[in-house]
Design a protein around this ligand. Structure first.
Ligand SMILES: [Zn+2]
Length: 253
């Protein structure tokens, strides 16, 4: 067994962190790189950019899709929010631009995508539910992305539906979220029902099984024992704990 001590600051790091009006961003992204398929040079987290690039490369007519926004600093988010408020009013700004400090764009894990056009609305770009955009949406979860603000989830996310905003959470989490029709908020609550001794198990045909569970992290840190013979990763939830994923080797039958 491998023994780890999870520090309380780790709650706020990782690809599964929840960022919404009640869960502000507390860390800067670790490594920013340029977004694939962008014109003006937005950046995003390296791992998210890698999988976005892979996803785009899997599409025909991929040049139709443009990345219009990626990581934003606190200052940029503030500026976008103020401009939207001035031009379109408070209600619009609150619906479509997260309040500064509470935007997923500040994590570097979110991107806004547009269908290439002569005129693009930078706040609410068009990313229609047809053609290559819909194919992207259908494949997104296999590459770790989710459509973050879906119709019908407004009371949970506090953000109006944004069919152009995608968030990287990593696989298999994106696939479970997609399969169960969860918002990220719902997924993280759901995982609180699973412990190391009773994990949530996810397995796709021919692939390794993932055991997923929640571990609360206390102010002085939390000890965690993990098997020596299995790969694992963990991410904070930005709420009070971490989500651990342990990969079990594929066993036939
Ligand atoms: Zn966005």
């Amino acid at each position: 067994m491998k023994e780890l001590t999870i520090q309380s600051k780790e709650i706020h790091r990782g690809t599964l962190i929840l960022v919404n009006p009640t869960h502000p961003v507390t860390n800067q992204p670790i490594e920013l790189v340029f977004c694939p398929h962008a014109q003006s040079g937005p950046k995003m987290e390296k791992q998210a950019a890698f999988y976005l690039s892979k996803l785009l490369c899997s599409l025909e007519n991929k040049e139709t899709i443009l990345t219009v926004s990626g990581w934003r600093s606190q200052e940029e988010q503030q500026q976008i929010y103020e401009e939207a408020r001035k031009e379109q009013g408070e209600a619009y700004a609150k619906s479509f631009v997260a309040i500064p400090g509470c935007s997923e764009h500040q994590t570097g894990l979110a991107v806004d995508l547009a269908k290439r056009a002569e005129k693009i609305d930078w706040i609410c770009p068009s990313f229609p539910q047809e053609g290559v955009c819909e194919t992207f949406r259908r494949k997104a979860s296999f590459y770790g992305f989710i459509e973050r603000y879906q119709k019908g989830k407004e009371s949970i996310t506090k953000i109006a539906p944004e069919e152009w905003h995608f968030r990287y959470v990593g696989t298999p989490h994106s696939e479970i979220i997609q399969e169960k029709g969860f918002a990220l908020e719902e997924y993280l609550l759901f995982l609180q029902n699973y412990t190391q001794t009773h994990p949530y198990r996810f397995r796709k045909e021919g692939q390794r099984e993932a055991e997923i569970f929640y571990v609360p992290v206390f102010q002085n840190g939390t000890a965690l024992k993990l098997p020596d013979d299995a790969a694992y990763e963990y991410s904070g939830d930005n709420c009070g704990g971490i989500i651990v994923t342990v990969w079990r080797d594929f066993r036939a039958g």
